[in-house]
Design a binder for this molecule. Structure first.
Ligand code: PEP
Ligand code: MG
Length: 756
């Protein structure tokens, strides 16, 4: 057995030169495999590439029969090469022919070679091909040789990803990398976007793969690792996580991984072999992801994904990719693809270039999704595998209507979607023509259609949608996208901006609804809770921390000086909480008037009905407030004991069922009896069919996402409300029988030509 002639650094240097030289792709591949064989003192070096039809085709070889190139083929899972590709694992064998998976391909003439080292060609955890070296003698390849071959494989993966090999494919046969795939997820925000992939998590490019100076590169790696560790220690020592809990457990795991010798050693080895620190992180991360894809144990998968997060953090440290750099890399029709993302991170991207968002995780009510909805970005979530299947710049379609994602779509799909986009545009045009028309039913009943908002970016929608006002301004969004508590001046500025934009239209500000799933990372007071949705949140939290509420009230009072101020309190459980909040408000009013500030001309205080216990205090409640607003998202979750963020049970119970509709009707009737205005601002208001049901049981004011105003108004204008009300009365009186109200409503709409 001969020793390795030159180390992997020399080989990488040669590869870099080869990749820089102008030459035909086939010649480049031939020279690359020759170079690898020489460097590793192997008699054979072959490269197999995975095609879209799941066949591995021999693309280049040194040592096997050259006539077999582009002829020799193995299916995924077939033979040693197919096994490596299917499992994404390296095989190191001293006598390959004894391996049970060995498949002999006569055209290659490989029977004389015994030892075999094959590594998967991976990119972001996805297998693109297999790289093999073989020797006649029965030798076992050393660990450093395995490592070296894996590193080379990574370089080849970059070459494939940059499209260099696409020219070598025969017509009609594509590489797996360019295969079109359709992925199914969940619709998080309506809309259709056609554009090109932008991977949110950094992925390195071929230009910065190789290092010039290993020692310097090692220093960069060590520096980045140290600051990563420091930042984790820092997070751990903060008061809000300085106790047991899930958050802490994740950070502890991060700390363990950041100090994990195995991980660090593999990073260092890759750098020593000639990669840049970034490329080293990506290489190790890619191996990790490949393993993750084949892992079924949910606990282990979760831990692996912690590693993945950690690697992303490290990459960001190394690449210094901040918001400023985004403007340069984001195309005009960007579709963001991410595993998960913070709400603030989304706002770093220029809105006018965003056509869509694809998330591997996320739930319909997670922060990122709320912000995406506020921005009007078509969003599909829970799309497993989206990140590893995508490459920056790939064509992609996001269908937020059906929860579908089409990567590298074929021409017919693209044409179908272009048609769908045109159709939607025509519908939008119709909604625009309705914009200035009144929302009045066919039998002449006026309906108030309000919109939900929460950020300054929402404001132009008020005019564009034709909404009658803002029925729910979620003030906590400003807190959620900030890095520290927004100061009173910043709060006042935003509220003033909102009121200015609204002009004569009414605006209802909801006091901050944090806690539960709306976590503020900088808020030190929160403790880990077993059931956060039932925990210390919203009005409960602000009554316990009156400073927070006082500041916000002061900002609101000042911003609304000289005009009307409408305020509402979230998650009220007992009427007495309203009295307590009112005391705080009164105190602020007195304070401001003492200093001669211009006060609001009138102040209306309302409560949200989200907690079922209010249903048994309706009479007192209606007297205690100027208006109520039903938060149907929370109310439904509490009434049916169904976590609103849990996708597994999201479709299990229908809010358009008898119990929930009866309950909503009870609220609106209590409002009528007490002459207290009632509105509803949950997601239920935004779908034409459920909005129709609400009108049918007596609601005359509803608040929804701005994009829903058009479709809901189109429904309202065709609705014979009197007839619907009678019909619903019957449906809800139908004791015992299981009435499919949704189906009956659809039938009613069809009968009366109501667009749903
Ligand atoms: C609701 O619960 O229905 C509501 C409108 O509030 P949020 O979705 O912000 O909790
Ligand atoms: Mg709520």
């Amino acid at each position: 057995m001969r020793e390795t002639a030159a180390g992997p650094r020399v080989l990488l240097k040669r590869l870099r030169e080869l990749m820089a030289e102008p030459m035909e792709p086939q010649e480049r591949l031939d020279r690359i495999v020759r170079e690898i064989a020489q460097n590793m003192v192997a008699e054979v070096c072959s490269l197999y590439i995975l095609r879209a039809d799941s066949v591995l085709e021999l693309y280049a070889t040194e040592g096997l029969n050259p006539k077999a190139v582009h002829m020799a083929q193995l299916r995924l899972g077939q033979g040693l090469v197919g096994t490596i590709a299917a499992s994404a694992r390296t095989l190191n064998l001293s006598d390959a022919q004894k391996h049970p998976a060995f498949a002999y391909l006569p055209e290659t003439g490989e029977e004389v070679y015994h030892s075999f080292l094959g590594v998967p060609v991976l990119r972001a955890g996805r297998t693109l091909g297999v790289l093999v070296v073989q020797n006649r003698t029965q030798r076992h390849y050393r660990e450093d040789e395995e490592e070296a071959l894996e590193t080379v494989a990574m370089v080849i993966a970059e070459m494939i990803a940059t499209g260099d090999l696409a020219r070598l494919t025969r017509p009609g046969i594509e590489l797996d990398l360019s295969r079109s795939v359709s992925l199914k997820g969940l619709s998080f925000n309506d809309g259709v976007g056609l554009g090109h992939v932008v991977l949110h998590e950094p992925r390195i490019v071929v230009t910065n793969l190789f290092n010039e100076d290993s020692d310097r590169e090692m220093e960069r790696l060590e520096t980045a690792l140290s600051s990563l560790r420091l930042s984790i220690d820092d997070m751990l020592s903060r008061r809000d996580v300085a106790f047991e809990g899930e958050h802490r457990a994740v950070l502890e795991a991060y700390r363990m991984f950041a100090n994990d010798r195995g991980w660090v050693r593999r990073l260092e080895e890759a750098v020593r072999n000639g990669l840049t620190a970034e490329a080293a992180v990506e290489k190790v991360q890619s191996d990790m992801r490949a393993r993750m894809l084949h892992m079924t144990d949910p606990y282990l998968r979760e831990r692996m994904s912690d590693f993945d997060d950690l690697a992303n953090r490290l990459l960001r440290q190394l690449m210094g990719r901040g918001p400023d750099a985004l403007a340069e890399i984001v195309p005009k029709d960007a579709i963001l693809v991410a595993r998960s993302m913070g709400a603030a991170e989304l706002l770093d991207y220029p809105r006018e270039r965003l056509r869509g968002l694809v998330l591997e995780d996320g739930t319909p009510t997670s922060h990122i999704v709320i912000v995406a909805r506020a921005l009007g970005v078509p969003t599909v979530g829970q799309v497993k595998g989206a990140v590893s299947m995508s490459e920056n710049g790939d064509a992609i379609i996001v269908d937020g209507e059906d929860g579908q994602v089409h990567l590298r779509p074929q021409a017919d799909i693209e044409a179908a979607y272009a048609e769908k986009v045109r159709f939607r545009a025509r519908r939008q045009q119709l909604y625009r023509t309705l914009r200035d028309k009144p929302a009045q039913t066919r039998d002449g009943v006026p309906i108030e259609l309000l919109m939900n908002a929460g950020l300054a970016v929402d404001l132009p929608q008020l005019a564009q949608s034709g909404a009658d006002g803002i029925g729910l301004f979620r003030t906590e969004l400003q807190f959620m996208v900030a890095f520290t508590f927004p100061r009173v001046e910043a709060q006042e500025r935003l509220y003033r901006e909102v009121l200015d934009a609204a002009g004569d239209k009414p605006v209802t500000f909801r006091t901050i609804d944090i806690g539960g799933d709306k976590v503020l990372p900088y808020f030190k007071g929160a403790q880990h809770e077993e059931n956060p949705a039932l925990g210390w949140r919203a009005i409960r939290l602000t009554l316990d921390r009156p400073g927070l509420l006082r500041t916000q009230i002061r900002a609101l009072l000042k911003a609304a000086g000289g005009r009307e101020l409408k305020l509402m309190l979230p998650m009220v459980t007992e009427v007495d909480e309203i009295r307590q909040a009112r005391a705080i408000i009164d105190r602020e009013v007195r304070h401001l008037s003492r200093f001669a500030y211009l006060l609001p001309t009138s102040l209306k205080l309302g409560a949200m009905i989200e907690v079922p216990s209010l249903l048994w205090q309706l009479e007192e409640l209606m007297k205690a407030v100027d208006f109520v607003s039903v938060g149907s998202n929370d109310l439904f979750q509490f009434v049916t004991a169904t976590d609103r963020g849990n996708t597994r049970i999201a479709e299990r119970f229908d809010p358009l069922g008898v119990p929930f509709l009866r309950l909503l009707r009870q609220i609106v009737r209590a409002g009528q009896a007490a002459h207290t205005p009632v509105t509803l601002c949950g997601e239920l208001a935004g779908r034409p069919i459920s909005a129709m049901a609400l009108l049918g049981i007596g609601y005359r004011s509803i608040s929804m996402a701005p994009a829903s105003i058009g479709p809901v108004k189109a429904m309202v204008r065709e609705l014979p409300l009197g007839r619907l009300a009678e019909r619903m009365e019957e449906m809800l009186a139908n004791h015992g029988a299981r009435t499919d109200i949704r189906a009956e409503l659809s039938a009613f709409a069809r009968e009366h030509d109501i667009p749903l």
